[in-house]
Design a protein around this ligand. Structure first.
Ligand code: NDP
Length: 240
């Protein structure tokens, strides 16, 4: 049976590596994205993976977008909640907009995508919900109260939902990457990046493909006994 997967933020960075890894492993894959049409069109042309534009921060857009994907590709078995943003500021300077945008995408977005798919997964007695959190959701990071809160929320969400899904054949897991060399991290000033790498025991940034391999493992039918887990992929930077 060919299973169908959707990856949010699936046309760039870690999400693109996840989409490609799933496709190469034989899954039917749809990649969602938010606004970068040029990157999405290029990605789709190069990989043959269809792309679908909507914001995960908008519940109704998620419900409508997922219906369209399911009409095109069939029922979705595997959801990869990867879309995420940063709006960094020290807390005394953080605006309500910065707080709400990050919570809206990184935490509400996970609800907005998972909720419309949950009943179908329960009815079919199979599902995989895999969310990309962050090392900074585990340890906290100065300048990222919004981001750390959203990513810690993803971990709590996973642990609760895993208990609800277990009897229905749905596993719910979360991956906490450390620093991975994508646009998000390359946007950090070089000096800061060098200081970050100095704190990583393996002495380098991670590769998007290293996160994608964790997703492949959790997505497989064979991973049915693993649920509610937090998998860290951080080069030894934080040992939880
Ligand atoms: P990028 O900034 O490279 O890519 C982010 C992706 O998310 C883009 O495809 C973007 O779409 C999409 N996106 C952003 N907002 C929305 C939205 N509202 N709706 C739908 N899609 C959206 O990020 P990374 O690849 O670096 O990060 C991927 C995930 O991994 C994030 O959740 C991030 O927090 C997490 N992470 C990243 C780490 C890193 O070191 N890079 C470390 C730990 C966790 P578009 O292309 O249209 O802009």
């Amino acid at each position: 049976m060919t299973r169908t997967a959707i990856v949010t933020g699936g046309s760039r960075g870690i999400g693109a590596a996840i989409s490609i890894a799933l496709k190469n492993a034989g899954y039917k894959v749809a990649a969602n994205y938010a606004g970068n049409d040029e990157a999405a069109a290029k990605f789709s042309q190069e990989t043959g993976i269809p792309v679908y534009k909507w914001s995960v921060a908008d519940y109704d857009a998620c419900a409508a977008g997922l219906s369209k994907v399911e009409a095109d590709l069939g029922p979705i078995d595997i959801l990869v909640n990867n879309a995420g943003i940063t709006r960094d500021a020290m807390f005394h300077k953080m605006t309500r907009e910065q707080w709400n945008e990050v919570i809206g995408t990184n935490l509400n977005g996970v609800f907005n995508m998972t909720h419309p798919l949950w009943s179908g997964m329960r009815d079919r007695r199979f599902g995989r919900v895999i969310t990309i959190s962050s090392i900074n959701g585990q340890k906290g990071q100065a300048g990222q109260a919004n981001y750390s809160a959203s990513k810690a929320g993803d971990i709590g969400f996973t642990k609760a939902l895993a208990q609800e899904g277990a009897r229905a054949g749905i596993t719910v897991n979360v991956i906490c990457p450390g620093y991975i060399g994508t646009d998000m991290v390359m946007a950090v000033p070089e000096k800061v990046r060098e200081a970050i790498v100095a704190q990583i025991p393996v002495g380098r940034l991670g590769e998007p493909e290293e996160v994608a391999r964790c997703v492949l493992f959790l997505a497989s039918d064979e991973a049915g006994f693993i649920t509610g887990s937090t998998i860290t992929a951080n080069g030894g930077q934080y040992l939880s």
